[in-house]
Design a protein around this ligand. Structure first.
Ligand SMILES: Cc1ncc(COP(=O)(O)O)c(C=O)c1O
Length: 412
């Protein structure tokens, strides 16, 4: 096996004069580490269910899937797939236009209204991807001279959106009210927006809203929260961490994606009607990009209905999450500060071990993805487990046995 000396961070600034010439060392590095590269872009040959078949490199394995964000198991829910199929047959494959000009259908409007009602907001606005939505909302609202105050662990779509807006970016230490206070004190007098996440995607912990909101309110600044991983999962009715902490009315804008618990694609932002009315005309990711396909919208409408008519799926997800966390802790694994269904297994700084163990687990029948620097700090490379309501205890046990037999055995 090769040692993996580099990470993607090493090739961000190419030396050559031409942007169309990628650094030759990048290709060499990729070629030399081809066995590890086979871990990226694995081919799933089945649906994103709790088990499936994965092709990595040349080999195919039946696996327990702990890598798909199908949190409530809705990707293959019969009511959801039927709604999508019917819309596909009745409405065709695409919206074929931007929502502002020609892509908006009655279905899109219905979904917006349902999401506004669900989140308890005046209005909701759809985006054709979660990334585009997070980026497009910040880029649509912030301007040069403004300040985006982001938690240091915010997702790249939020960082990119703030950069695109040409606002100044200020990061505060993750979930640290004192660091936030300092960031807000230093930027006093500017137009500012604090940007948080519901569940942080690499660590699985929640925004510490009870500690952060009093600071934000003292500085009289608005809050945008990205609930990509917490919508339909947290809160008594699935409205996210702002419901979980009972602070929905203290957060101006709630954003979420359809790619996780909704098991689809796209995203939405929900908030006051005049603000979203403005955003529709100033968010280029909305106005200059095609609307979601009707079949996707119909599937999401049904997913919302199924997920919110009772708490059965959410309860099952939490029960599975508690079970897996307790068992994994019992094995002595480092799960960081996760309190959610997103559970990192932190293995340290040995990149070669990270990749070798990932391949080994794949061969033994477990689909886990490696998370490498620079996505996470160099000393805390990890796998990231996504628990779903669809997993059975037997499948979770099988996964835990493989983790014990691979990661734990190596750490002993
Ligand atoms: C917090 C957060 N926001 C936004 C996104 C982007 O969402 P999508 O994958 O739906 O484009 C992700 C994706 O992982 C995420 O974790």
């Amino acid at each position: 096996m090769h040692d993996i000396e580099h990470s993607l961070a090493d090739f961000y600034f190419p030396d050559g004069p031409d942007p169309l010439e990628p650094p030759p060392e990048f290709a060499t590095w990729m070629r030399d580490g081809a066995w590890a590269e086979s871990l990226y872009e694995p081919r799933l040959l089945t649906s994103v269910g709790p088990t499936g078949r994965v092709q990595r490199g040349g080999s195919v394995h039946d696996v327990v899937n702990l890598s798909s964000y199908n949190y409530l198991g809705l990707a293959t829910h019969p009511e959801v797939t039927r709604a999508a199929v019917e819309a596909l047959q009745e409405r065709g494959t695409g919206a074929c236009g931007s929502p502002l000009l020609s892509g908006m259908a009655d279905l899109h409007e219905t979904l917006q209204e349902r999401l506004a009602t669900f989140t308890g907001r005046e209005d909701a606005m759809l985006f054709n991807s979660g990334f585009a939505g997070g980026m497009g909302t910040l880029a649509g609202l912030l301007r040069k001279g403004d300040v985006a105050v982001l938690d240091a662990k915010c997702h790249l779509c939020l960082v990119d959106g703030a950069k695109l807006s040409r606002a100044k970016l200020v990061f505060f230490d993750h979930n640290d009210p004192e660091s936030l206070d300092a960031a807000l004190s230093q930027t006093d007098g500017k137009r500012r927006l604090v940007v948080l996440e519901g569940v942080y995607s690499m660590d699985g912990d929640t925004a510490d809203l009870p500690a952060l909101l009093p600071v934000i309110e003292r500085h009289r600044v608005g809050v945008f929260i990205d609930e990509a991983h917490s919508i339909l999962v947290y809160g008594e009715t699935g409205r996210g961490v702002i419901e979980h902490y009972g602070v929905a009315d203290r957060v101006a804008l709630q954003f979420a994606t359809f790619s996780k618990a909704f098991s689809s694609i796209g995203g939405f932002v929900a908030g006051p009607r005049p603000l979203l009315h403005y955003l529709r005309y100033y968010s280029n990711a909305y106005g200059f990009s095609c609307a979601l396909p009707p079949a996707v919208v119909a599937g999401v409408i049904k997913a919302l209905e199924v997920a919110t008519r009772d708490s059965e799926l959410r309860d099952r997800l939490w029960s599975n999450t508690r079970y897996f966390r307790a068992q994994a802790r019992g094995l002595g694994l480092n799960l960081g500060d996760s309190t959610s269904q997103v559970i990192p297994i932190i293995v340290g700084s040995d990149r070669t071990a990270l990749y070798e163990m990932c391949l080994e687990m794949n061969e033994k029948g477990l689909f886990l993805a490696p998370v490498d620097y620079p996505s996470v700090p160099e000393d805390s490379l990890r796998y990231r487990v996504a628990i779903t309501a669809a997993h059975t205890r037997e499948q979770l046990d099988r996964a835990l046995n493989i983790i014990e037999d691979t990661v734990v055995r190596r750490q002993r």
